[in-house]
Design a protein around this ligand. Structure first.
Ligand code: FAD
Length: 475
């Protein structure tokens, strides 16, 4: 890696060049430095530890802004980050002293109803996509929290409630417009720039800035869904019930996430279940989840028939901005009662001993696997196409001095829970920053046999490793 010189900061380059760059944009595009109105807001991220003092923030409003910014940062070897929803907790969409391309003003979404296609600019949030598509009774596969950005979520793969029926988000991407490290604009699809189109579907943040994604849209009815909460004493009974449900579920139409957390204000341990039936009928919902309800009366139940976009707001309560955060990932192939019990005990002990971490939680995403596993592993860059469920260890705490104890605890949980022998990982749920232990093994666990081809393509399209944030592919 020594042959790639370290990136420069804005303060390292000629101030006249910086000034000329700043004034070269039209008036609708803000180019912000520290002290400018709007600067502090522009560097806010989902996790406080991902907030960095950018040298310059360009709030792009058109494709040409992206091209100009990439060329300027690339030519000057500047540290460079792209920000969409800002949900990377390891700071991959931030830069300390370099250039941030803030995509949030590029958030237009347009639906071609006849062709059933959604055109979404690369700074949109999944809520923007859900809401626009829903006007026509359509949907695509997005995340389960509506304020995550389509940029990061799509480029890493994308799991959501519709994964059981339509696969990953990338399985529904039919085209994209991207700006590569040399500032070239390229259209990507199965027939244009096929190799890059392959690479961005699962490893995208390494290859360019996406100006626009084109998604397949599917007809979508209202759904019956909601959250039920049980006291933690029911943990074993509920896991057994979920295992029965998993055996019998219709994976195209049903999905569940269950979360071990503590409920404020008393911070009592609870098990929250987000139940989803892709059918507006309450009767169908109650029948399909009767095995869960047989565990006893929930302490809270909020379920109902709702428009599809509302489904992706139900988990927002677990996902507010603020505080220090990190996400670790484990893949499981089944719910092992003793592993989950051990993880639960560790969670309780750790959060009891460290009360400022009590908003941390463990989330188990039980979406149908058949559809995304039916796509060959080498047909996109996304590698782990095998029947697994994502577990996300979400760490939330207050003080920087606690970073290490929190990461160490989360790594322990990761090891307890993961029963996937190959120890694969999903890049969007992994913090790859150096202090957490970014290394070649993690990269292999993420891209497996696709890694060699990704390295070749990185060498071809980004030989100087201009895109150098997070899970980097070194050519
Ligand atoms: C609360 C929460 C809920 C989540 N839920 C889900 C879920 O349901 N399913 C799922 O699969 N994942 C989920 N994730 C993980 C999520 O996919 C990643 O955190 C993802 O990176 C977020 O994308 P972003 O655009 O919001 O983040 P950012 O921090 O803005 O970007 C993340 C990375 O993507 C790059 N990037 C962003 N936009 C572009 C673009 N237009 N062109 C090129 N590069 C770009 C950035 O440079 C950065 O490296 C969730 C994360 C959080 C925090």
């Amino acid at each position: 890696m020594n042959k790639y010189p370290p990136k420069k900061l804005i303060k390292d380059i000629d101030s006249t060049d910086v000034q000329n760059f700043k004034v070269s944009f039209n008036s609708s595009t803000n180019v912000l430095s520290e002290g400018d109105e709007g600067y502090e807001k522009s560097i806010i991220r989902w996790a406080d530890n991902a907030i960095k003092k950018a040298g310059i923030v360009v709030q792009a409003t058109c494709l040409d802004d992206i091209v100009k910014t990439v060329k300027f940062a690339s030519k000057n070897h500047l540290d460079f980050a792209v920000s969409c929803g800002g949900h990377s907790s390891s700071g991959t969409s931030s830069s300390e002293g370099g250039v941030v391309l803030d995509m949030r003003n590029l958030n237009k979404v347009r639906v071609d109803v006849e062709k059933k296609l959604i055109y979404a600019q690369g700074g949109a949030l999944f809520g923007d996509v859900d809401n626009e598509a829903w006007k026509y009774g359509l949907a695509t596969v997005g995340g389960v929290v509506d304020h995550t950005g389509i940029g990061g979520l799509t480029l890493g793969g994308g799991f959501g409630h519709l994964t059981g029926r339509h696969g990953l988000t990338i399985d529904n991407v039919v085209g994209a417009t991207i700006v590569t490290a040399d500032g070239e604009v390229k259209e990507l699809s199965e027939s244009k720039n096929k190799d890059l189109f392959w690479a961005i579907r699962g490893c995208g943040a390494n290859f360019g800035v996406v100006y626009e994604f084109i998604y397949k849209a599917h007809e979508q009815k209202e759904v019956f869904a909601g959250v039920v909460v049980y006291p933690a004493e029911k943990l074993d009974t509920i896991i057994e019930a979920i295992n029965i449900w998993l055996k019998n579920r219709r994976s195209e139409n049903e999905g569940m996430a269950f979360v071990i957390s503590r409920s404020p204000p008393e911070n009592k341990p609870t098990i929250a279940l987000l139940l989803f039936s892709n059918d507006p009928s309450e009767q169908v919902f109650r029948e399909r989840y009767s095995v869960i309800y047989n565990c006893g009366e929930p302490i809270m139940e909020q379920v109902g028939c709702m428009p599809y976009p509302k489904l992706n707001t139900l988990a927002n309560g677990f996902a507010s901005f603020g505080d220090r955060k990190a996400m670790f990932n484990a893949h499981i192939t089944h719910l092992d009662l003793s592993d989950i019990r051990e993880a639960y005990n560790s969670y309780i002990k750790f959060t009891d001993e460290n009360p400022t971490t009590s908003q941390s939680y463990l989330a188990f995403d039980l979406y149908g696997t058949e559809k995304f596993c039916s796509v060959p592993t080498d047909s996109t860059a996304f590698y782990p196409r095998k029947p697994f469920y994502n577990v996300v260890i979400v760490q939330r705490w207050l003080n920087e001095k606690d970073d290490k104890i929190v990461y160490d605890w989360a790594k322990k949980i990761q090891n307890i829970i993961s029963n996937d022998e190959e120890k694969s990982l999903y890049v969007n749920f992994v913090d790859m920053s150096d202090d957490i232990g970014y290394n070649e093994n993690r990269i292999k666990s993420t891209w497996g046999d696709n890694l060699e081809k990704l390295k070749e393509l990185k060498g071809k399209y980004d030989p100087n490793v201009f895109f150098r944030k997070g899970a980097i592919i070194w050519p």
